[in-house]
Ligand binder design. Sequence first.
Ligand SMILES: [Zn+2]
Length: 195
Amino acid sequence: MGSTPNTTKAALAVSGQAVMVQFCELNKIDVPTVEYHTVDKWPFDVCGYYRPTTINICVPKCAGIGVSGAAWSFPGHVVDRTPYGVITHELGHHVDVQRGRVVDRYRSDFSRQMRQEVGEPKLTNYCPDDGEWFAEIFRLFVTNPDLLRGVRPRSYAALIERGLKPLWADDWESLLAGAPDRTIALCRRRIEAGV
Ligand SMILES: [Zn+2]
């Protein structure tokens, strides 16, 4: 395996926003605005949030590419709290609101019904409600569709059924090029165990 790419948080925000625009164009979704905030004007614990129709993000508060601990972040990984993953997670809230009929602030009946229908467990530990369950799954649909198909097949199928198109047909390992061996091994175990 190659070494972990030297990718800064700022570069991950640029690529996250580019992928967001690409996904919206492919799927004919209005592109949300992205507002970047500095730490001194950011009183929140979270590193990003969505309010129709703006993604707010504080890049310095996001994770960098992981180097230790159980929850290593990597762009395109199941766990991704880098700016790349945060922007695509917030895009999930945007799609939820755009596609829903009954909207409650930054979530809607779109995510609630999909969760009821597929009944799959949360993707990561961050899952306080149906909207966040959806946004985490949606993030992986955007950043590594083949990996989502491996770990949450019914959610992947439900997104396809709802007319959403993935950006890439590449296999999940190619979309994790440069990731640490440990990240690849964890994904393989999760696919095999279906968790
Ligand atoms: Zn969220």
